[in-house]
Design a protein around this ligand. Structure first.
Ligand code: PGA
Length: 254
């Protein structure tokens, strides 16, 4: 973690949470933020769309940020069941996750689709959190670097800059499994991602883009992961549903 990039800790609630959790989980984190006062990290909650508004109310005035888990490539139109980036912005979201591997797999989202969604997020004034990561098969075949480099080249929006882009590296095989790459591998992939971003948007912006690691981040491994030079925060799934665990992960930011 560098001392010029402010760490970002993101809670991806996935398809978990009814209105009661908005009050209990988000409320507990809001209390912790208020108690701590000034923090050395930014914390972002990405609840399901149905309770974004309720979570927003529970975290009002706490310093916590709000984001969506996905958005459509268009801002309006005949897309039954979809949610647009401008709808997220309308709910006071500042961020939108795009290209999570569960979306890429469950909804067949290609790099081109992810890129269009990221463009839509930027057009609505959101910071796009673009997710990339290799499958276990790709890793076993020795293709991690090539796969991730290809996703970066294909998924990043043209108008990306340090202020509107965050990239999350999430090895698919590490998500929800309790397994993580060894630290040296995480750092190696992150350094390569920063290099690729620099080729796309220039060195000075790339040096400021926050790169998150995601995939089985827990209080027990957060310290080591967050201390890596090119890791600027975490995208947390399972552990973000427990406010004490999620808070402990945030506290591990140096
Ligand atoms: P996990 O999920 O922390 O449960 O592994 C991370 C993610 O999918 O963003």
């Amino acid at each position: 973690m560098s001392n010029t990039r402010r760490p970002l800790i993101v809670g991806n609630w996935k398809m978990n949470g009814l209105r009661a959790e908005a009050a209990s989980l988000a409320g507990a984190l809001a209390e912790k933020m208020k108690e701590q006062g000034a923090t050395t990290f930014d914390m972002l909650l990405c609840p399901p769309a149905t309770i974004i508004d309720a979570v927003g109310k529970a975290i009002a005035e706490s310093g916590l940020s709000l984001g969506g888990q996905d958005c459509h490539a268009n801002q309006t139109g005949a897309h039954t069941g979809d949610i647009s980036a401008s709808m997220l912005a309308d709910l006071n979201c500042g961020y939108g996750i795009v290209g999570h591997s569960e979306r890429r797999t469950d909804h067949d989202e290609s790099d081109a689709v992810v890129k269009a969604k990221a463009e839509a997020a930027l057009a609505a004034g959101l910071v796009a959190i673009v997710c990339v990561g290799e499958t276990e098969e790709q890793r076993d075949a020795g293709n991690t670097m090539g796969v991730v480099a290809g996703q970066i080249a294909g998924s990043l929006p043209e108008s990306a800059s340090a202020s509107n882009l965050v990239v999350a590296y999430e090895p698919v095989w590490a998500i929800g499994t309790g397994r993580t790459p060894v630290s040296a591998e995480v750092q190696e992939v992150h350094a390569m991602i920063r290099q690729k971003i620099s080729e796309l948007i220039g060195e000075s912006d790339a040096a400021q883009v926050r790169l998150l690691y995601g995939g089985s981040v827990k209080p027990r491994n957060a310290n080591e992961l967050m201390s890596l030079a090119d890791v600027d925060g975490a995208l947390v799934g399972g552990a973000c549903l427990n406010p004490d665990d999620f808070w402990a992960i945030a506290q591990s930011c140096p």
